[in-house]
Design a protein around this ligand. Sequence first.
Ligand SMILES: Cc1cc2nc3c(=O)[nH]c(=O)nc-3n(C[C@H](O)[C@H](O)[C@H](O)COP(=O)(O)OP(=O)(O)OC[C@H]3O[C@@H](n4cnc5c(N)ncnc54)[C@H](O)[C@@H]3O)c2cc1C
Length: 337
Amino acid sequence: MEIKENISLQSLHSFGCNEKANYFAKIDSIEAIEKCIQWAKEKDIPYFILGAGSNILFTKTFEGLVLKMEIMGIKKIKETASEVFLEVGAGENWHHFVSYCVQKGWGGLENLSLIPGTVGAAPIENIGAYGVEAKDSIASVTAYDTQIAQFIILQNSDCAFGYRTSLFKMDKTRYIISSVQFVLQKQPIFRTEYGAIKEVLHQKNNKQASLDAIANAVIQIRSEKYPHPQKLGNAGSFFKNPTVTKAIFETLIAAYPKIIAYPISDNAYKLAAGWLIEDCGWKGKQKGNVGCYEKQSLVIVHYNNGPGIEIFNFSEEIIQSVLSKFGILLEREVVIY
Ligand SMILES: Cc1cc2nc3c(=O)[nH]c(=O)nc-3n(C[C@H](O)[C@H](O)[C@H](O)COP(=O)(O)OP(=O)(O)OC[C@H]3O[C@@H](n4cnc5c(N)ncnc54)[C@H](O)[C@@H]3O)c2cc1C
């Protein structure tokens, strides 16, 4: 293992802020995880696992060891008449893995095409899009438990998956995911209910849905909706969609009839955070190096080479204006360091 000192993180995360790490190493094996954590513990410094850096905002120097996850490999571990089980290294690129499954004709992940990042980070946020979440196809997760200094396997039901959250997110420094086991369907169920997917399939005259057609539709929609991080720094949706009680929703809809929301249970509604932000006048607004993307107000963009704290402060201003207008406290989806 090679540990480097004073390394810039600028090219290693999608906001591209010029923050640094005191120490940096790449981890490409389970032995490297153990050695690096041991090294950080002996030095008594914090550590941070970095995937592709597409859901993180660094606002200062990381005064510890950043470990870049590079464990690779896709391996078939079991196959039945209806399902295929794969073990995938945490450092594999998520979109490449999804495309691999689509090419093989194995269904489950096609709606999650083109989400930036690594396979190992997918369970952390329980990434989701177009009616599908990673948890729907995760069988189990292998992780190094730094508390007991051992590798463990957590079954899907052990992972406390929820909307953009999981056990791994709640206890951020405890688990280092080394691989994820997926279960994919050989006779896929196509999920095309989402309006935009339906529309693209219709435009392309795809009368019969297929994994390929859905993946291509999702790629088209996402390419139009999100700025490419290599062209314009961003981390996708910066905020989560807030959940409110039915009573709060009814008060809000009476005052703001155009508010966008949908029921998630008998007594709870999910509000579209993008609508709240847009209604406060943020869409397309720029301040210094930072702005609210003109096509999608949930996305904060970084125009120039500014410091991470400027992006954080901009997000704080959005949070305060939504709070004072609607009484709703937005929660950041992006990890802040
Ligand atoms: C343009 C754009 C669009 C996006 N669209 C979506 C979307 O539609 N849906 C969605 O859910 N997300 C979306 N995201 C967010 C992002 O793609 C996901 O959160 C992704 O899973 C992040 O992966 P990463 O490897 O870049 O993680 P990083 O940003 O590197 O890390 C994120 C967090 O996970 C931890 N982590 C990473 N890998 C490991 C590991 N192996 N073990 C332990 N901890 C780890 C890190 O410490 C950090 O806390 C989008 C981002 C961008 C830039």
